[in-house]
Design a protein around this ligand. Structure first.
Ligand code: LLP
Length: 415
């Protein structure tokens, strides 16, 4: 459910016609719906009722301050993977005491900053990281609450770039090293081993891998308690998929919640979850304009738009499918086209061999489900200023990140 709908044939975000936004702020533009984001946050949290839950939004999926501020006001915590993300969360008014720090390679100054901020938990992924964190915490006379991110070796059956719990993955502590690593954690000054964590991948389209991971994590919590570790937190990571318009329909938050509740109820742990995509993907679109049409070889037809792979990387990097549709009332009929961007790369294809309503130069179109990992992964490749971001709230809207200028492109450089 999202708040991008047609009114009198024309696509709107909540009560604002997207054509009006394009006039005011130009294209390409990321447009987010506040009502959609909040709805997703509420549905997700209510799906986990029955567990003592801390939901930490994965900042990497949509790091804009305005979006973080909305979620902070909803009471969400944050999953961060860098000092930069911690800075963003604090700037947005997020509560450090609800922050989880994930990631396979944290710099010492990032660990120090997170300790100073008093975050909720460090998810550590290696013995060396534990030792480094221990040294810094001991020096500061602080105690770092730590969960070890383990690799539950569950096949999440998702795109190989976003599967993280295969046995070959760089993420997490391998199963056979987990007990020893906990013993190490328990022996180190400045470290309090309070939990276990996992994250099995992203855009996961079935409940089964989550249930499997939860079973394994449950067994691990019990095993660690037998070893004398007082494990009271279990972080299940993020990863629940969203419908992109192709592939299987992912489970609903409720089905996901039921699976977790079934396995984890009565375990006496605080359950952490780190949703990113689920909350924000459908709350955002990429608004772009057709620059021109171009006839390729034979029947190949290209529609060249003003957004490229630098603005929305997912199709090029993961062959991801994003539904696209015209903003104005769709013309009758259909054609098969390649919708491509202006970037000088053959991979700069937003939609390949896509059946669409006929498109003409000057048309506005949207790429749907672009709120997560859209702007977050945008770059300035080809010296293209990154898009403007707009947040719509009912009939009103505001720019939450200005379109970059040419000056922004050269900031910090000297000829
Ligand atoms: N927690 C951890 C430790 C993660 O690594 C991630 C995502 C999440 C939570 C959030 O996962 P989500 O709920 O959003 O699936 N750029 C890719 C996705 C990369 C995901 C990386 N980690 C894409 O555009 O599909």
């Amino acid at each position: 459910m999202n708040h991008f709908q047609r009114r009198k044939g024309e696509l709107c975000c909540e009560d604002v016609p997207l054509s009006r936004l394009a006039e005011e702020v130009g294209t390409p533009a990321y447009v987010y719906s506040k009502a959609t984001l909040l709805r997703h946050a509420r549905v997700f949290r209510s799906a986990l009722r029955g567990l003592d839950v801390l939901a930490c939004f994965a900042v990497k999926s949509a790091p804009n301050l305005a979006l973080l501020a909305l979620l902070a006001r909803e009471g969400l915590g944050f999953d961060i993977v860098s000092g930069g993300e911690l800075f963003r969360v604090l700037q947005a008014g997020g509560d450090a005491r609800k922050v989880v720090f994930s990631g396979v390679g944290k710099r010492q100054e990032e660990l120090a900053a997170a300790l100073d901020a008093g975050i909720f938990q460090f998810n550590c992924e290696s013995e060396e990281e534990l030792q480094q964190l221990s040294r810094i915490a001991a020096r500061k006379k602080r105690v770092a609450p730590v969960a070890l991110r383990v690799n539950p070796e569950v096949d999440a059956r998702t795109h190989p770039h976003i599967a993280t719990a295969l046995s070959t993955s760089k993420f997490g502590i391998p199963a056979e090293r987990v007990l020893a690593t906990y013993r190490l954690a328990a022996s180190l000054p400045g470290i309090r081993a309070v939990g276990v964590a996992c994250h099995i991948g992203s855009q996961i389209a079935s409940v089964k891998p989550f249930a499997e991971a939860a079973e394994k994590m449950r067994a691990l919590v019990l095993r660690l308690r037998e070893d004398g570790h007082d494990i009271r937190r279990l972080d299940m990571g993020g990863g629940l998929g969203v419908p992109y318009g192709d592939g299987p329909e992912p489970p609903s938050p409720r089905q996901y919640g039921e699976a977790l509740v079934r396995v984890l109820e009565g375990l006496d742990v605080k359950v952490l979850v780190e949703p990113g995509r689920l909350l924000v993907a459908n709350a955002g679109v990429l608004l772009t304009r057709v620059l021109l049409r171009k006839q390729g070889r034979g029947s190949r037809r290209f529609v060249v738009v003003d957004a490229g792979m630098n603005d929305l990387l997912r199709p090029a990097l993961y062959q991801a499918h994003h539904e696209l549709e015209p903003v104005a009332r769709p013309r009758r009929g259909a054609e098969v086209v390649d919708v491509v961007g202006p970037v000088c790369e053959s991979a700069d294809v937003l939609a390949k061999r896509r059946r669409v309503h006929p498109l003409a130069t000057g048309d506005l179109i949207v790429m749907r489900t672009a709120g997560a990992y859209g702007m977050a992964m945008a770059s300035q490749y080809n010296a293209r200023p990154r898009p403007v971001e707009v947040l719509v709230d009912g009939r009103s809207w505001r720019v939450i990140r200005a379109r970059e200028s040419y000056k922004d492109l050269i900031r910090g450089e000297s000829p």
